[in-house]
Design a protein around this ligand. Sequence first.
Ligand code: GAL
Length: 442
Amino acid sequence: MPDATYQFPDGFLWGTATAAHQVEGGNTNNNWYAWENTPGKIFDNQKSSLACDWWGGRWKEDLGNAAKDGQNAHRFSVEWSRIQPAPDRWDESALDFYRDILKGMWELGLTPVVTLHHFSDPLWIYEIGGWENEKTPEYFEQFVRKVVDALKSEVKIWVTLNEPNGLVVNSYIDGCFPPGKNDFRAAFTALTHLIRGHGLAYQAIHEIQPDAMAGYALYYRGFFPKKSWFPPDHWVTGMLNRNVNDLFANAIRDGQVKFIIFKTMVKEAIGTQDFVGLQYYSSDEVSFNLLKPGELFASREYPKNAPVSPTGFIADVPQGMAQALKWAHQFRLPIYVTENGVEDAEDKMRPAYLLRHLREVWLAANFNWQVKGYFHWSQVDNFEWERGWSQRFGLWELDPKTQKRTRRRSADLYAAICKENGISSETVRWLAPEVFSEMFPG
Ligand code: GAL
């Protein structure tokens, strides 16, 4: 018997999350293929190539491992460019492939959560200007109709868009995603179209499948004023919160899109979410900096004592998860943590990161907030967008050349948590002793 357990509610969904372009391999008809083949865009000019070879059937191995390890759900995405390779062409065999995965998941006891758009666009959409084109929301809606109609018997929970706010920043402000722009107006245009695309998709899903649950997955970043006594730091923190965290949610509340100095109205978006999909990785301390107008006058740095991941991408700040959950609770809807994780090839930092973040999820669930599930990013190392293979987020390690999978300590830890539907002192003592006294102070 363990001395103590952080117990989660009955029926809690425990899973991992993946995305088509990152795990399937062989996606040669989307904007990311074009980006990978443009020199200088991806770390070391690496390519997704076979990725985790899910298209070749290795989803069976990865999802089989997930199920054996006590997971009862999985979130993955369908690839638009495979299902609709050209505006006037649908590939039924691609839909059959996804139907097979879904059937396989149910057989394994994994409840599917399906994302309809996870960063990648078909080349034909890219060529007409991607999300800057005002027709793209309607094209997306047609695609969603096709997919939902084909797969509705296997799926109840749909995520329309993955991190539309992150996508806009990466594609149109930082420029690290295709089309690599640095243009606030283009960002606002794309954002408005993503919001409209989401609204149309939500309505289409409910028309075809009235009992489905639909929502989008938000990139939530924790922001804390660096000097709590200094009003300008509070002001700039508020500005970041509004433009990064609140923006999409506000549009869904009342249709108003407000981004920096730009404003518009998207009526189709009002009231279009049945749950909050929350993705949280890290946080920043923010100070006001007049010299950074391009970054909304904000200097950002990791909190001083937070452990930082090997490539400096993520700081372990569980208070940000607490803040994210509190933020999500304001909508009084079910909450799914649709992503959370850390890149850590040697798996030194992940066990503690996982436990600290899950403790916040546990606390929120025990406040009786509607926290319904947690999806760790990710089951297995996969292709990390512009950072290529330089970052390893998997519970399992992957050698992309040989396709060999190797279990990390975190896979054991997460398996014990999923099987116990909780975090027991026994498990932590055995699998993450480095964080025992923090989780169970004596
Ligand atoms: C998220 C994204 C995932 C994955 C993860 C780790 O923002 O949705 O696809 O890349 O970050 O970097």
